[in-house]
Design a protein. Sequence first.
Length: 83
Amino acid sequence: MKDFKKRKAWQKAFVTARICVKEFSKRSNKQGFQDVLSTQLLKSSISIPSNIAEGCGRKTTKEQMRFFEIALGSAFELETQLK
């Protein structure tokens, strides 16, 4: 389970994070609310693959599942911010 890069969920989350970083980092210094939203989009998108990776490094299934749940929560957060 330690090789998180082989997990399809991590691969897709990583691609999503890269797209968000590319698109929203250049917008983050422009306007007040948009700046706050862009910053939060970046944080939540990066959080998804990060938590999947961290979960893969945990010893017990219970610990792993906790980090996968956090990643799922960040995915819901990102989805909400993009609507």
